[in-house]
Design a protein around this ligand. Sequence first.
Ligand code: SF4
Length: 92
Amino acid sequence: MLALSAIPVQLIADDKLSEDDPLAQAFGYKLDATTVDTEKFPKRAGEAGATQFCDNCALYVSDSAAEFGPCSIFQDKLVAAKGWCNAWIVNT
Ligand code: SF4
């Protein structure tokens, strides 16, 4: 039997955040930012809102062109580069 400590950390850290995760639901996270309910989350409404994606959020911690990357809020989970949540902050 494999000991838990033998499981590579990378496998755990590479978990993709599910939209069904309770914290993700609280923040209105969507894998595809274009599917956000803008009546419920008006921050992403309009022309300015439509430019918001995880990959241009200040809390997105990836400098690659990968489809998924780490986020400061959803620790140990990867979020979609073209996703979004209500904690989006402009990257200055
Ligand atoms: S905080 Fe930013 S990077 Fe993290 S899920 Fe929300 S929009 Fe995406």
